[in-house]
Design a protein around this ligand. Sequence first.
Ligand SMILES: NC(=O)c1ccc[n+]([C@@H]2O[C@H](COP(=O)([O-])OP(=O)(O)OC[C@H]3O[C@@H](n4cnc5c(N)ncnc54)[C@H](O)[C@@H]3O)[C@@H](O)[C@H]2O)c1
Length: 379
Amino acid sequence: MKLAVLKEKHALEKRVAASPDAVQKYKALGFDVTVEAGAGQGASFSDEAYRAGGATIAPDAAAALAGAGLVLKVTRPDAAEIAKLPAGAALIAILSPAAARDDLPLYATQKVDALAMDLMPRITRAQSMDVLSSQSNLAGYRAVIDAAAAFGRAFPMMMTAAGTVPPARVMVMGAGVAGLQAIATARRLGAIVSATDVRPVAKEQVESLGASFVMVESEELKQAETAGGYAKEMSDDYKRRQADLIAETIKKQDIVITTALIPGRPAPRLVTDAMLRTMKPGSVIVDLAAEAGGNVEGTVTGKTVTCHGVTVLGNAHITSSIAVDASNLYARNLLNFVTLLWDKDSRTLKLDAADDIIKAVLLTRNGAVVHPSFASAAA
Ligand SMILES: NC(=O)c1ccc[n+]([C@@H]2O[C@H](COP(=O)([O-])OP(=O)(O)OC[C@H]3O[C@@H](n4cnc5c(N)ncnc54)[C@H](O)[C@@H]3O)[C@@H](O)[C@H]2O)c1
């Protein structure tokens, strides 16, 4: 089977869906691998390195796709790209189906079996295929590095002959995968760190990293987490009490990293303009939820803005700032997933709808939208 690795089209997307190392492993499984020329450039993987791994380099996407049975990408293809996918091929990428519902009938019409890596269930067996975790972890790290670079002061306390430099105070809002890595990174840099979340289980995880946990106590918290481990939207009363707590805490912070997300909903607004006014000039906020609407009032996606003396980074494509590691981990997530699908004997992909993992990620099959969350909407 021919496996095609496409170059990402978005100018700010530097990641690639397969590393030269992954290519070697796909070859060992029995795939013929073709990589679009320049696909790995943003992640410092040369065409030569892919060739050395056993891939053929195709001059453009059309040549890479010709006759392919499996297509790998990082982000979802646009309508023009979907129209060029070969009929009968499987497509594996972060397809963002909730935000891009209109793509599903296009995959079906094109007779492409589309598999959304971002729907990977949070179960033990799927951990090595969990792209949201591998990418969020790096985003949390990078958010702190970006904040430190934009901050006119140091993170660690320094006692020097010329005087003492106080440690920075960092607050992390949302202690999921990205938030926990942001806490760990800020602690390594020597900051005093606090964090908040609506899931009570986060308390122990935050404290085990040496940060303090700040949270509104409420009976409602018992139901704040879904069976899948995600947060739910909170009541208006809870939101008011949380806003009071954040307003009180945020004035004392130098750096705020916000990562709060609710699946299928806009990101919760946690920091208002009024709160920004109370922060010290020169403080820095990194809003990792920018692409989902932002946790901070005034965030501009993909831009750095100054609001009342506070620098607000509306980071988009943050994993592209760490594209080598992001691509290596993403490539391994995909390789693990393809290994699950691959039947070595028949040299075909087995999309077993009885498997919990495949059921969770398979959007379209044989020309129809089959995913339970999207099938009726598409009909
Ligand atoms: N395979 C696995 O078992 C597995 C893999 C990855 C993650 N997880 C778990 O899944 C959960 C979700 O992780 P994630 O990082 O993908 O979450 P996410 O990206 O959906 O959200 C980020 C964080 O924001 C928090 N949040 C949402 N609304 C908030 C609000 N109003 N105020 C404050 N915080 C708010 C969430 O609780 C979450 O911790 C975590 O418990 C994580 O440990 C499990």
